[in-house]
Design a protein around this ligand. Structure first.
Ligand SMILES: [Cu+2]
Length: 179
């Protein structure tokens, strides 16, 4: 029997054997929850950390903001970043950024989330993967935000610094999803 230190969340560990490298695309397997009932493996949730979290201040009149940070999976199980939340009015999605042949960047929801192998780190950064907050209330954006990164097996909440918008992502306002 495993005793107490492991915080058990409902975690049917999906295809943990896939050990995909952190930034690999295309692991869009479904969260196969059909299974033999109980999860037999549980990651040690205390070992997942997020460092240097920050949120881009939305441009004037915008209700979109992106969150970034470096996730380190110090547990011995693969994890998947599947969502985020914060005590502000917003809709949260996990986005990836891609570059088309003609050099336009666009972003879209990452189906299945981002898998982070045991022992690996994964960085959310401008021009790359990020947490997308939409329909935000600008009044809630006046200081650090307690941003919660939601994984398949755990959650990590960290204080995300608010930074003024820069010019690093000009031309990537394309919000996929409204088609
Ligand atoms: Cu986005």
């Amino acid at each position: 029997m495993n005793a107490g230190t492991i915080r058990k969340l409902t975690a049917p560990l999906v295809a943990a054997a896939l050990a995909v490298g952190a930034a690999a695309c295309g692991s869009s397997d479904d969260a196969a929850d059909a299974g033999s009932g109980d999860a037999t493996e549980q990651p040690a949730s205390g070992d997942v950390t997020v460092a240097d979290a920050w949120v881009r201040e939305p441009a004037a009149g915008q209700t979109l903001a992106a969150g970034y940070g470096t996730i380190t999976n110090g547990s011995d199980e693969d994890i998947t970043l599947i969502g985020a939340s914060a005590p502000i009015a917003a809709t949260f999605e996990i986005h990836e950024t891609s570059m088309s042949d003609d050099g336009n960047m666009s972003m879209s929801e990452k189906q299945g989330g981002f898998e982070i192998a045991a022992g690996e780190s994964f960085t959310l950064e401008p021009g790359g993967p990020h947490v997308m907050m939409s329909d935000i209330d600008p009044a809630g954006f006046d200081g650090p935000i307690d941003l919660t990164f939601v994984f398949d097996s755990t959650e990590v909440t960290t204080s995300a610094e608010l930074r003024a918008i820069g010019d690093a992502m000009e031309g990537m306002e394309t919000e996929d999803g409204e088609s």
